[in-house]
Design a binder for this molecule. Structure first.
Ligand code: PMV
Length: 325
C-alpha cells in the first residue's frame, strides 16, 4: 500500500481570488493555467498497520502547521477508501515554497494521486481533480496535462479541471524570476477570505467569465500578443482586489515592482514579454520560446534577481515507480 506521484505546480493566467464555499473550496469563478516543467513535487504515501500514528515529512523536515492540512487530506482519502490505517507521507519540492510559485498546487496534486493509489482507490482524472481541489484549490489544475481550465460550478462534483490543450501545444515559456527567499506572511487561503470586502470585487466577478472565454480564444488562435496583454491586465486586476480588500494585502517586494516596470520598458524596446504574479514576490515572465534566451540574459544583469527558471508547459500529475522511502 505504497505509491509515489510527481506533480508540477501551475501558473494561473486567469486567476481565482475568492470562494463561494470555503469548506468545499469552490471558487467564485473559473480559471485558466499552465503546468510548469522545471518545478516538481514528489510525494510518497504509505498506509500500513505498522504505523502507530500519521507522520508527514516535507523537504526533510517534520512539519507541524502544514501537517494538519496534509492529514486532513489523508482523512478524505481514508474515508473514501474506507480504511483506518495510519499513513506515512514524505514529500520533496525542487523549488522554493511560500514565495508565489504555487507549491501548494503541486503539493496537493502529488499527495492526492499518490494517496489515492496507496489507499487502493482507482480514480478517474476528474475524480482526482475534485479530490485535489479540496486540499488546495489550485491543486485541481495540476492534475490534467498542459493548458488547463478549472470549470466554474455551484457543486463539488462540477468543480474540477480539464486539459484544454496538451503541454506540447504552444511554444510559450514562463521565465520565473526569484527575487527573494522571504516567505509570504499571509497565506493564500487566509488572504482570500477577505476578497469580497474589496469594492471592486463585484465588478471583477461581472466580467471574469467573458475574460476567461477571451483568453481561451487567444490560446486557441495562439495570438500571443493579445493573450499576453490580457493575462498581465488580469494579474494587475487580481492584485487591485488584494490592495483594496480589508485588511489589504501587498505581496510585492521591491524586486517584483522593479521587474514589472522593466517588462513594460522591454516591450517598448521590442522584447515581447508579459508578467503575472500570484501571492508572493516572485514573478512569472511570459514570452515565446524564441525570446527566452534574450529575456534570461537581461534578467541575469539585475541584482535583485536571485534565481531564474525557464519553464516549458508540462504534463499533469503522474504515478512513478521510484519511492522516496
Ligand atoms: O488554491 P490556492 O490556495 O493555491 O490559491 C491560489 C491563488 C492564486 O494563485 C493567487 C490564484 C490562482 O488561481 O492560482
Amino acid at each position: 500500500m505504497k505509491a509515489t506521484a510527481i506533480a508540477h505546480p501551475n501558473v494561473a493566467f486567469i486567476k481565482y481570488w475568492g470562494r463561494k464555499d470555503e469548506i468545499l473550496r469552490l471558487p467564485t469563478n473559473g480559471s485558466l493555467s499552465m503546468n510548469l516543467s522545471e518545478f516538481t513535487t514528489t510525494t510518497t504515501v504509505e498506509f500500513s498497520e505498522e504505523f502507530k500514528k500519521d507522520s508527514v515529512i516535507i523537504d526533510e523536515q517534520n512539519v507541524f502547521d502544514e501537517a494538519e492540512r496534509v492529514i486532513q487530506h489523508i482523512d478524505r482519502i481514508r474515508k473514501r477508501a474506507n480504511i483506518q490505517l495510519k499513513a506515512k507521507v514524505i514529500s520533496t519540492n525542487n523549488f522554493p515554497s511560500g514565495t508565489g510559485l504555487s507549491s501548494s498546487s503541486s503539493g496537493f496534486a502529488a499527495l492526492t494521486v499518490a494517496g489515492a493509489k496507496a489507499a487502493g482507490l482507482n480514480l478517474s482524472e476528474k475524480e482526482l481533480s475534485i479530490l485535489a481541489r479540496q486540499g488546495s484549490g489550485s491543486a485541481c489544475r495540476s492534475i490534467p496535462d498542459g493548458f488547463v481550465e478549472w470549470l466554474d460550478s455551484e457543486t463539488s462534483d462540477g468543480s474540477f479541471a480539464v486539459s484544454l490543450f496538451p503541454h506540447d501545444y504552444w511554444d510559450i515559456i514562463d521565465v520565473v524570476a526569484v527575487v527573494s527567499s522571504e516567505k509570504k506572511d499571509i497565506p493564500t487561503s487566509t488572504g482570500m477570505k477577505s476578497a469580497q470586502t474589496s469594492p471592486f470585487f463585484a465588478i471583477r466577478q461581472k466580467n471574469i467569465s467573458g475574460k476567461l472565454e477571451q483568453a481561451k480564444k487567444y490560446m486557441h488562435s495562439k495570438n500571443f500578443t493579445k493573450f499576453g496583454e490580457l493575462i498581465e491586465a488580469e494579474a494587475l486586476e487580481m492584485h487591485a482586489i488584494m490592495l483594496t480588500q480589508n485588511p489589504s494585502l501587498i505581496y510585492w517586494s521591491v524586486g517584483t515592482l522593479q521587474l514589472m516596470k522593466l517588462v513594460k520598458k522591454w516591450r517598448t524596446e521590442g522584447l515581447e514579454v508579459y508578467f503575472t504574479i500570484n501571492t508572493g514576490q516572485d514573478i512569472h515572465l511570459l514570452c515565446e520560446s524564441k525570446n527566452a534566451n534574450e529575456l534570461k540574459s537581461k534578467l541575469e544583469h539585475i541584482s535583485d534577481v536571485k534565481k531564474i527558471f525557464i519553464n516549458f508547459p508540462a504534463e499533469g500529475t503522474k504515478l512513478i515507480s521510484q519511492h522516496l522511502f
